[in-house]
Design a protein around this ligand. Sequence first.
Ligand SMILES: [Zn+2]
Ligand SMILES: [Zn+2]
Length: 328
Amino acid sequence: MKTAQLSIFDTPSGVDYNLIKSTPIGLYCSVGDFFIDPKKSVKNALVSHAHSDHAVKNNKNIYCTAPTKDLMQFRNSTKNSLEQFYVMEYGKTFELQDVKITFYPAGHILGSAMILMEHDGVKYLYTGDFKLQADNSCEAIVFIGADVLITETTFANPRHVHPDADQEILKLNDLKDKNTIIGTYALGKAQRVTQLALKHCPEKIVMVHSAIIPLHHIYKKFNYDLGNWLPYSRDLFKTSTNCIYIVPPYIYNQYKDNSKYYSAFATGWDWFYKHNSIRLHISDHADWNDLQILVDKVAPKKILTVHGDGRHLQYHYSMLGIDVGILG
Ligand SMILES: [Zn+2]
Ligand SMILES: [Zn+2]
């Protein structure tokens, strides 16, 4: 019998969408006994992609795509650990207990997946991190319909609209007579920026920091050839004024205030641009408009939000009659 107290999983029509629960370790499915992107190591983990906030070390059984496995083993240095990987192909359904699970491309970074879970005829789609913008350095997003959409909300605010990444990278051609240092996250953004710079800045020499190179190699292994980049060469860097040098954040911080170079950090966050020579607005997350396109395509009866601030989505979709619960 229903009580007057509604949980966040209840819909106005009275159907409970309670397959997935929020716990301090992350989203948990008791029917299938698995966590999704757990924050601490667990027995059974579905991992959407290899960024460190989604892919912690030392889960016992890990279900993920082949690139995510390679990227996790490299980043977590766990090649010889007791982790057991179960590599899943996009679009192929497998079962954990009574839950049918299918991974679909999320368009975020190489190997990133949205996770469709089906139980008792109800479909739940967890987006992980995702984007809609074109990106030749990873698989393009595939849209799947679901009853419950569990979406990330990193940029779920009407004031977040990402410009076209090709147009953003063209700005680097205007930076002349000095080398340019570009700060990026080492996984995903660095490969996207390498590929974009080589495509749109043919006059430039694109050099890559040694911490990023192994990740470039994993991309190549999975047939994402990023172009003719070079490992960093001190001699070439000193004698040229035409280099783009792609570095991880901790190296970028050493260069960013040095007036001998131009500097830019590739991100969707405004507060990063303050000390930069140019604003390089390139994001690997959905913006406000993309979130609405996703909701249109998935056509959910209920939305749950994670990773960010879901209040704008909640307000927007409550006006349209879709219930939105904020999970974190
Ligand atoms: Zn991510
Ligand atoms: Zn994330």
